[in-house]
Design a protein around this ligand. Structure first.
Ligand code: PLP
Length: 414
C-alpha cells in the first residue's frame, strides 16, 4: 500500500468481496480446514504452508474472516499486518509476551488502563518474572533513566486512560530505537486521530470494544505490527495468541467489520461534541480536561501529532474534587436528566460516565493513583452523539446547577 491516508488504505482493504460477490465479507464458519492431499498436513504443521498465504489450518490459528478484519486494522494503523483477539487485554498481553522473555523488563507509562497496569504490575512479575518500571512518559529523561540492559519494551497509551495525557510517540520511538527496544502503543482512545506506527511505534494495540466497534456489545482486540511479528503471535510453539488461545469468533469479526466503515464519521462527531462541551464547561469555570482545550498540557503536542480531520478524541474529564460530588453529578445526569449512563468503557453512541479512581483504575495503588493525578472526584466522560447538542448541553448544565457546581447556565451558548 502506498497511500498515507488511513481511509484510502481501508477502502483498499475492504475490496475483498464476500464469497458470492457480496458487498460484505463472508463469515467463514469452519473451525477446521481440509487439505486435498495427506502430505499437506505435515507441511502446515511445520510452517511450510502457513496461513494466510498458504492453507488455513485451524480456527485458533488463522481464520479468513478474522484475517480480513485484521487487514482492515492494519490499513487503519498503516502497519504491514494485524490480527484480532478476543479482547483488548488479550492483545496487550499477547504483544508483551511476544516481546519479553522471562527476566526481561518493561518501562511503562504510569497512567495506563487499570487492567494493563495489573498485567504489568502484578501478573507478569508473578507468572513470568517480567518486571515493569512505571514512569511519567512525558518526562523523557525519566523514561531513559528507567531503561536497563533487560528492557525490551516501552509501553504507553496514545491518549492515556483516564488522565488524557498525550504520549510524545515520536520522541518515545526515537528513545526506543536508540536503545534497540520496541515501542508498544495502545491506541484505543484515538483510532484514526493518531496513527502511532507512522510516528515510529513498532506495535499498536487496540481494545476494539471501544470506539472501533462503537456499540458496546462486543469485547474484542487487535494487534498491529510487522508481518513477522504478527506471524510470531501465531507460532505453533511459542505464539501467545495461538498457545494461550484468546481467539476471536469469525461472527464477531464480521459484525465489527460492519461498523468499521463509519468509524471516521463517529470519531468526528464524538470529538466535535467533546470539544463543544469542554469549551462551554471551561467558560463556566468547571474544572475540565480535554486535549482540544488550549490549556491542556499536551494541546500543542496533540495538534502536531493528530490527523486534523478527526479532532481531539471523544473523551473528557471533570474534576469534581470529591467522590461524593462526582457521584451526585453522575446520578443527576443519568437518573434525572437522561444525559448518559453511569458505566465503564467508552466509544459508545451514548455518553458513558465513570469515576476511574474507584472503577477502571482501581487496580492502581493509592500512591500510584495520586502520582498519576487520578483524583477520587475525577469523572471520565466518553461523549456520545445521540440527541442534539443543544438538548444534551441543557441536560449537562441543569445537572451542574442542581448540584451547585455552577450558579446559572451559560447565556446564549445554544
Ligand atoms: N486498553 C485501554 C486503553 C482500555 O481502556 C481498555 C479497557 O477499558 C483495554 C485496553 C482493555 O480492553 P478490553 O476490555 O477489550 O479487554
Amino acid at each position: 500500500m502506498t497511500t498515507q491516508d488511513p481511509i484510502e488504505r481501508l477502502a483498499e482493504a475492504r475490496h475483498e468481496f464476500g464469497e458470492h460477490g457480496g458487498v460484505n465479507m463472508s463469515i467463514e464458519a469452519s473451525t477446521t480446514f481440509t487439505v486435498m492431499e495427506p502430505g499437506t498436513m505435515p507441511d502446515l504443521f511445520e510452517g511450510r504452508k502457513a496461513a494466510p498465504e498458504g492453507c488455513y489450518l485451524y480456527g485458533r490459528h488463522f481464520n479468513p474472516t478474522v484475517y480480513q478484519l485484521g487487514r482492515q486494522l492494519a490499513a487503519i494503523e498503516g502497519t504491514e499486518a494485524a490480527y484480532c483477539a478476543a479482547s483488548g487485554m488479550a492483545s496487550v498481553s499477547a504483544a508483551l509476551l511476544q516481546l519479553c522473555e522471562t527476566g526481561d523488563h518493561i518501562v511503562a507509562s504510569n497512567t495506563v488502563y487499570g487492567g494493563s497496569y495489573a498485567l504489568m504490575h502484578d501478573f507478569l512479575p508473578a507468572k513470568a518474572d517480567i518486571h515493569t518500571t512505571f514512569v511519567d512518559v512525558a518526562d523523557l529523561a525519566a523514561v531513559k533513566a528507567a531503561i536497563t540492559g533487560k528492557t525490551r519494551v516501552i509501553y504507553a497509551e496514545s491518549i492515556a486512560n483516564p488522565t488524557l495525557r498525550v504520549s510524545n510517540i515520536p520522541a518515545l520511538a526515537e528513545l526506543a530505537r536508540t536503545h534497540d527496544i520496541q515501542l508498544v502503543i495502545d491506541n484505543t482512545f484515538s483510532p484514526l486521530v493518531l496513527t502511532p506506527a507512522s510516528m515510529g511505534a513498532d506495535v499498536v494495540v487496540h481494545s476494539m470494544t471501544k470506539f472501533i466497534n462503537g456499540a458496546s456489545d462486543i469485547i474484542a482486540g487487535a494487534v498491529c505490527g510487522t508481518t513477522e511479528f504478527i506471524q510470531g503471535l501465531m507460532d505453533l510453539h511459542t505464539g501467545p495468541l495461538m498457545i494461550l488461545g484468546p481467539t476471536m469468533d469469525p461472527a464477531v469479526a464480521s459484525k465489527i467489520s460492519l461498523r468499521v466503515p463509519h468509524l471516521a464519521l463517529r470519531m468526528v462527531e464524538h470529538a466535535h461534541r467533546a470539544q463543544t462541551f469542554a469549551e462551554r464547561l471551561q467558560r463556566l469555570a468547571v474544572p475540565v480536561a480535554y486535549p482540544g482545550l488550549p490549556d491542556h498540557p499536551d494541546h500543542e503536542l496533540m495538534r502536531e501529532l493528530r490527523c486534523e480531520d478527526y479532532g481531539f478524541g471523544g473523551v473528557l474529564t471533570l474534576d469534581l474534587g470529591s467522590v461524593e460530588k462526582a457521584h451526585e453529578l453522575m446520578d443527576a445526569l443519568q437518573n434525572t436528566y437522561r444525559f448518559g449512563f453511569m458505566a465503564v468503557s467508552l466509544g459508545y453512541f451514548d455518553t458513558l460516565m465513570s469515576c476511574p479512581g474507584s472503577s477502571t483504575s482501581s487496580e492502581m495503588s493509592d500512591e500510584d493513583l495520586s502520582s498519576a493525578g487520578i483524583g477520587e472526584g475525577l469523572v471520565r466522560m466518553s461523549v456520545g452523539y445521540t440527541g442534539t447538542i443543544a438538548q444534551r448541553w441543557r441536560q449537562l448544565e441543569s445537572a451542574l446547577v442542581d448540584i451547585g457546581v455552577i450558579e446559572k447556565p451559560l447565556t446564549g451558548a445554544v
